[in-house]
Design a protein around this ligand. Structure first.
Ligand SMILES: Nc1ncnc2c1ncn2[C@@H]1O[C@H](COP(=O)(O)OP(=O)(O)O)[C@@H](O)[C@H]1O
Ligand SMILES: [Mg+2]
Length: 375
């Protein structure tokens, strides 16, 4: 039987809801070769959205290439993955990859390795030699392929924030931007989480990616769409849930996409006919238990001041942390301390800024933290 709720991996088909406006906007950008920058916190639905649009947008005249650079730690790894993914995803048969690799990268002497299943197990390595302009050749690869094949190419790079960890990242970013902005047949969709990091890449005037493209801050999926989705998934599998209880799921996890699906799943497996409030509270316990170890390890090395800062947020304080009342009520030290606390917690990805407000990055962490505070 089909799984009614999906979490932990990108979702699609019947497990994908809403995002109509964002889908249309991305489709337009892809069709017209407009560069896009898509930012949201983790697990709100970037990958799912881009993969969906990639599928819809693809046709004989337009190829969409998807690259996840999460595991890339160096520029060289980036170039390898970039070249391999583009060659693979712009060809339909593996013979064509080989052909293209030889044709487009001949002068950098690529070494091609093919596994037992050539359709999925194929990689290129090359001598890394600055002299023969390898990097530039690889960055120009999509433009060359697009011209040669008479197609348009859209390159989607997931977890793009990763490049800010590369050695001498700023020089690397400059290189990317200077090549990419001149390409006529290729556009880019760069997306990632760790909101503050992505923001830095694209919003700091002195960094190369400033104003690179149409910037989209992915919002949360609204409650009405979630209610419709949850109720339908229950109905389709012969179970029932009231719209009120579906709404309660959204409220408990603050509409966080992945948690809405996970909590719905935990409730669905407990439900025999119609879901009850009691079952939902057990499902929530389950969710907290599953995250307990993670949350514990995230908090065990925090200083007392940092813990106090989190307590204030959980208590509903989102602005004016350096006011006298907040500092003394929550014992946050001096007002000079506030910026340091905020930055440290941002760095640990426990909090996020939302306009002028400071909020918890993870709503379930908030529920857990509140409970822990009682003891
Ligand atoms: N449009 C959507 N409809 C329903 N659930 C979604 C949607 N987008 C995301 N989700 C839920 O959120 C989870 C994380 O989505 P993902 O696309 O991997 O997020 P991100 O790339 O932002 O980290 C998915 O596994 C799914 O449970
Ligand atoms: Mg993702």
């Amino acid at each position: 039987m089909e799984k009614p709720f999906v979490f932990g991996v990108a979702t699609s088909g019947d497990n994908f809801t809403d995002r109509e406006k964002e889908t249309q906007r991305l489709l337009l950008n892809f069709a017209h070769g407009v560069n896009t920058v898509l930012i949201s916190p983790r697990r709100w639905g970037k990958t799912s959205l881009v993969k969906k649009v990639a599928q819809l947008s693809q046709d004989s005249k337009r190829k969409v290439v998807y690259i996840d650079i999460f595991s890339c730690r160096t520029e060289n790894e980036f170039y390898r993955l970039f070249a391999t993914s583009i060659l693979k995803q712009t060809s339909s048969k593996w013979e064509e990859w080989i052909e293209n690799t030889k044709q487009f990268l001949s002068h950098i002497n690529p070494k091609i390795s093919i596994g037992a299943d050539p359709m999925n197990d194929f990689s290129i390595s090359f001598e890394y030699n600055m002299q023969n302009n390898t990097e530039n050749d690889i960055l120009q690869l999509p433009e060359k392929i697009a011209i040669e094949k008479g197609i348009q190419i859209v390159i989607c790079i997931d977890e793009f924030q990763q490049i800010s960890d590369f050695e001498d990242s700023k020089t690397f970013q400059k290189k990317l931007r200077s090549v990419w902005q001149l390409q006529q047949h290729v556009s880019y969709c760069l997306f990632g989480s760790k909101k503050h990091l992505m923001n830095e890449l694209f919003e700091k005037k002195n960094l190369p990616f400033y104003k690179f493209g149409d910037a989209i801050y992915l919002a949360k999926i609204e409650t009405k769409y979630w209610i419709e989705y949850i109720c339908k998934r229950f109905e389709n599998t012969g179970k029932h849930i009231s719209p009120e209880l579906a709404e309660e799921i959204c409220r408990l996890v603050d509409n966080h996409s992945s948690y809405v699906q996970q909590l719905s799943w935990l409730l669905w497996i407990r439900t025999i006919n119609t879901a009850t409030t009691e079952q939902l509270s057990y499902a929530l316990e389950d969710l907290l238990d599953q995250n307990n170890i993670l949350f514990q390890s995230e908090t065990e090395n925090l200083s007392a001041y940092q813990m106090n800062f989190l307590k204030a947020i959980v208590d509903g304080i989102h602005t004016k942390f350096s006011s006298k009342e907040v500092i003394s009520k929550y014992n946050l030290g001096t007002s000079a301390n506030i910026v340091r606390l905020k930055n440290a917690l941002l760095q640990k990805e426990l909090i996020e800024t939302n306009g002028k407000e400071i909020v918890l990055a993870d709503p379930v962490f908030g529920v857990w933290f509140k409970k822990e505070m009682l003891y």
